[in-house]
Design a binder for this molecule. Structure first.
Ligand code: SF4
Length: 289
């Protein structure tokens, strides 16, 4: 377990660097102000691939801006599965990305967070925004702030995956704030209850090669107890078992194990077949654009 990543998140949130960065974002209104700050462009977020706290895309997403927070520390619904397998804990990202996540957390604590975010969003042409490549909704207040941003920006869709089930049940999210429920072997009962209360969004599940028996039992339970579609991701963290899994093989196994219920499972195309990226696939948000 890369505990240093979790300890690092706490250290960075308390660092002068992250605090200075958050203050710069809060006081700047445009790229020139960011560029004139004392920070490296890739840190303050100015240039082709950034705008302030927003990073414009990654290998999986394609060109979709995203807003991230430190992993696990901002995830009240974190389970033992997260600690063992969360890709954000194991990712090889540069130190700037980690500082930016810490500063993004500090920024999100401010009462004027929706105003600041909206100021920068207005300078981005993208209609889709991903929340939390790393991190999660850590409080009702924070979730309410994104709901407010989404209400103010009805022509954009904001989408995310969450394990903060208790929080999403308490907030009336607008239609263009699309929240999918991230189930795993530790929280799937609560995921089912939450979906039955909300009746919206996908339920996602990470399939771990070698744990087929457990995973198929969980998938069956979710499918039998909701009408949700399940989006299946593939565990590709470095220390996950490296079994060769083709999409065709996976389909065969799903149909054998789940019968007609398998018709409500979607294999993540990027993870099982290598393409396309989210910006082309759009399954997780296109119904809301
Ligand atoms: S289903 Fe499509 S949009 Fe959703 S995460 Fe996978 S590649 Fe991205």
């Amino acid at each position: 377990m890369r505990l240093w990543r979790l300890e690092e998140a706490e250290r960075l949130v308390n660092s002068e660097l992250a605090q200075g960065l958050a203050e710069t974002w809060a006081s700047c209104a445009d790229e020139k102000c960011l560029a004139d700050s004392p920070y490296d462009p890739a840190l303050v977020g100015v240039g082709r691939w950034w705008l302030s706290p927003f990073t414009i895309g990654n290998r999986k997403l394609g060109e979709i801006p995203f807003y991230s927070l430190p992993p696990v520390a901002t995830c009240p619904g974190a389970t033992p599965f997260c600690i063992r397998w969360c890709y954000a804990v194991y990712e090889i990202a540069n130190w700037r990305a980690h500082v930016r996540e810490a500063a993004s957390y500090l920024l999100s604590l401010r009462d004027d967070f929706p105003d600041i975010v909206q100021r920068f969003l207005r300078r981005l042409p993208h209609r889709t925004v991903r929340l939390h490549v790393s991190g999660d909704f850590y409080s009702v207040e924070y979730l309410e702030k994104w709901a407010e941003v989404a209400r103010r920006e009805p022509s954009r869709v904001f989408y995310t995956y969450t394990k903060s089930f208790g929080l999403v049940r308490r907030v009336e999210a607008p239609r263009n704030l699309v929240i999918h429920l991230s189930a795993d072997p530790h929280n799937y009962l609560e995921a089912v209850e939450t979906w039955r209360g909300l009746r919206r969004g996908l339920v996602t599940y990470v399939y771990t090669p070698g744990a087929e028996r457990r995973d198929f039992e969980v998938l069956r339970y979710i499918l039998e107890n909701t009408e949700a579609r399940i989006l299946l991701f593939l565990n590709h963290v470095q220390h996950a078992p490296r079994l060769r899994i083709s999409a065709a093989h996976m389909w065969r196994r799903l149909k054998e194990a789940l019968g007609p219920l398998a018709g409500r499972v979607v294999l993540d195309p990027e993870e099982f077949a290598g393409a396309p990226q989210c910006s082309l696939c759009q399954l997780c948000y296109r119904a809301y654009i």
